[in-house]
Each structure stands twice: as C-alpha cells, then as structure tokens.
Design a protein around this ligand. Structure first.
Ligand code: XIL
Length: 425
C-alpha cells in the first residue's frame, strides 16, 4: 500500500518519491522499506487524498521532486540546476571540469553548464600538466576551461600552485638544488600571470598538514618545506598577491571533515597555523576544506561546526573545494547506497551551510563516470562496483545526492550579507 508522508523524513535521505498527488508527496513501497530500515524519523504521516491545504514545505517538496524526475537530458521540464538553488541563498555551486570528456562529449559540457556557477580545471593548471618539461609549457587545457567558463557565464577557480604532488621530476630536482624560491616565483608568475584577473580564488598551498610527520608545527614534509622551511607558505601567498591581487589566496586542506583522533590532530594543527599566518598578516583570504567525505569514518557534526566557527572567527572565508562521497563502506544495492550517500552529504552540508563564512561548494567533477574515485584503481570499491559519489550518474541523470544537495541549498540560511563582506579585500 502507498502511504503519503510529509517531506522532512524522506528528504533527509534524498530518497526517490514516485509521484505527487493533491500536493502530497507519495513514497513507493521500496523507498518506504528503506526509510523503515534506516529508522528515519518521519515527522508526520497523513493519509493519501486527505482534504486540506498542503503546507508550503510540502508544495516546495513537490516542486523539487518534479525537478528531480524531469532531469533526464532533453526533459521538457528544464528544471533549475544546483547553482540556481545555491544562488538564491548567496552561495555558489561549482564543479571540477575534466578536460578529456569536455573535449569529447558535448553532454558533459551541457550538464556542467546547466548545473554550475563556477568551475575549476581538475588537473590542467597543475604544474605537471601545465609545465611538463623545463622547455615546454602547455596551457591549452587551462585556456579551454577558461573559455568554457566564460561561454557559460561561470566563475573560475585555480588549482594548485604549491603542492607536493603533480610536481614534475625536473622541478623536484631544481627544488632539491636549492633553486626552490626562484622556481616558485617563476611558476606562480607564469600560471597566475597567464590567468590574471580571471580567477576568483587560487589554491595557493594544498595538503600541507601531516602531524604524523612528527614536526611540532604539524607541517607535512615536502620538497618545498625541506628547501625553503615553513616560510614557503608565506612566500607562496605573497607571490600570488604580487601576481594577481584580485584572486583570493586560498589554503586548501584534506581530511578535516570526518571524526577520528587523527582528524582532531589535523584540525588543531590547521587552527594553530592559521592563527600564526594571521598574526604575520600573510595575504591568505580563504580556507578550503576539500570535502572528500568517507563512508568508512564516522561523522560528528558538532566537531565540524566548531572547527568551521573557529576558522571563520579569524576572519577567513571558507570554501568546500572538492566535495564527493567515497561510498565503499555502504551497501552494494544502489537504492540503499544512494540513500546513505545522500544522507551523509545532507548532514555534512547542513553544518557547512549553517556557517555564514562559507561561500562556495564545489564537487570534484559532476558525474560518477568521471569521479577520481572510479578512475583511480586504488580508490575503487572492493566489490568492483562503481562509486556513486557525485550528483549526476553516468547518463547525466540527477541522483538522490543531487536532490539532497539541492534541498541543503534551499534550506540554507541566507549568505548574502556575509558573502558581500568576505569577498572584499
Ligand atoms: C586528482 C585528480 O582528480 C586526478 O585526476 C589526478 O590524477 C590526481 O589528482 N586532492 C586534490 C586534487 O587536491 O587535486 C586531486 O585531484 C584529488 C585529491
């Protein structure tokens, strides 16, 4: 038997609803079973066809569902994309763009054009791609991404200036020969200079914290650190400021979202480092959490809330720069898995979007077919099934994660005042 439910209980999970009638949202038996199995609190149950005016929230839910089911390519419903929902709250939704499908598959570009207000090249502005040999620079991928963003009225992020990965061997050798500072100046001057005035925020340093490396300051041991010392971070931000003063310098960091002792140590090291950078007036304007959620580690919303609040209290704006969900510990069954992915994403986004300092949420690609979790062998699920990490499936259909994200944006507090303040300076 069908039963109709108010949306709160169902929508937390982003489960598919099969139809809407008289303003009520109807769940089918399969979704209902999932809700029961997952012991979701449903706020109220009404009988199908009950007379009376549906609540505003139920009507909104019905609209969201129409958008969800009408999402296939060519759908006459042409529902608004995630960015539209984010924008109504002064937020931005964006995605990483992979140059290979962008060149090969027009549907990929159309999906990103439809859903996103911002893009970031997944790889093309990293040193190993843009400067693969001392005498050869390769900007075609970055230039194409910029042209794509312009054609779609989207803003552009840049990643990444100083990182221990994506360093070509020739650059490592120069850093080890104590030519690190000259190389850093040349490289940032080159790439940030080429895109000067076009980049909203640059990932200036990436993944610089690793308490396990045993340093008192928690910094990761990298070729840059070994050659220049901890001041390499200050230097990188200063060079960007000289090269492109309009681009916000952002420190991007991984593994800060979930809840474990080692994550606590990372959060502490980040906060201490941010405080020291601020005391020295280093021109860092934003802090980025990559947002790679992981089903194998628990999530503690209050610990994340406190961390975000502390970053914001130092005056930094915040971005979620590489959001996705590694679903390897979730069940193989697609409907159940999608429900769990959507639920974890929603719990994370509810905390994130409650923080006024958050400006943008960017997913790490937009379709499961291109997720790095599926393309890199060591990140695949042990059962070999493709991960369902992103808001669109391999046919560019919207997934329950898309719906959860959209509802998180729609229900978020208004960020417009904070955005106007944090985007200055
Ligand atoms: C990844 C890309 O997605 C892959 O295509 C590439 O082979 C390796 O880099 N954190 C980051 C991103 O900061 O730049 C990484 O991107 C994923 C992890």
């Amino acid at each position: 038997m069908f039963q109709s439910w108010t949306i709160e209980g169902i929508d937390r999970l982003g489960l598919g609803l099969s139809r809407c009638r008289n303003g009520h949202s109807i769940v089918d038996e399969q979704s209902e079973r999932q809700i029961r199995q997952l012991r979701v609190r449903t706020v109220a149950v009404t009988s199908e066809g009950r007379a009376g005016t549906p609540s505003r929230r139920t009507v909104l839910a019905g609209t969201a569902l129409a958008a969800f089911s009408g999402s296939e390519p060519g759908s006459a419903l042409a529902p608004e994309g995630l960015h539209e929902a984010a924008r109504s709250k002064g937020l931005t939704y964006g995605s990483a763009v992979n140059i290979t499908p962008l060149r090969r598959d027009p549907a990929y570009g159309r999906a990103i054009g439809r859903e996103c207000g911002l893009v970031v090249p997944e790889n093309e502005m990293k040193m190993i791609y843009a400067w693969p040999e001392p005498g050869r620079q390769a900007f075609a991928g970055g230039d194409e991404t910029l042209a794509f963003a312009k054609a779609n009225g989207q803003r552009l992020r840049g990643t990444t200036l100083v990182w221990h990965n994506a360093l070509p061997d020739w650059a490592k050798a120069r850093i080890e020969r104590r030519e690190a500072e000259a190389l850093m100046r040349r490289w940032i001057g080159l790439i940030a200079g080429r895109y000067r005035g076009r980049i909203e925020s640059w990932d200036v340093v990436n993944e610089i914290i690793r308490p396990e490396d045993g340093r008192g300051d928690g910094l990761r041991r990298t070729p840059w650190l070994d050659a220049i010392g901890p001041g390499y971070v200050d230097l990188a931000f200063a060079i960007l400021r000289e090269t492109d003063p309009r681009a916000a310098g952002l420190w991007n960091e991984d593994d800060l979202e979930m809840s474990a002792g080692w994550v606590d140590a990372r959060r502490t090291a980040v906060l201490e480092k941010l405080a020291r950078l601020k005391a020295r007036n280093v021109p860092i304007r934003r802090f980025g959490l990559q947002g790679h959620l992981n089903s194998t580690i628990p999530f503690d919303p209050e610990a994340l809330r406190r961390f975000l609040g502390e970053v914001a209290s130092m005056g930094y704006a915040i971005e979620i720069t590489e959001f996705d969900v590694d679903d390897r510990a979730f069940p193989a069954d697609v409907a159940l898995r999608d429900a769990k992915v959507a639920d974890l994403a929603r719990r994370f986004l509810d905390v994130v979007l409650d923080e006024p300092a958050v400006l943008n949420v960017t997913t790490w690609d937009i379709t499961n077919a291109n997720s790095w979790l599926n393309t890199s062998p060591q990140r695949r699920r042990p059962d070999g099934l493709p991960q369902r990490a992103l808001p669109l499936d391999e046919a560019y259909r919207r997934t329950p994660l898309w719906l959860a994200m959209r509802r998180a944006f729609t229900d978020a507090p208004d960020h417009r005042t904070a955005r106007a303040r944090l985007r200055l300076g």
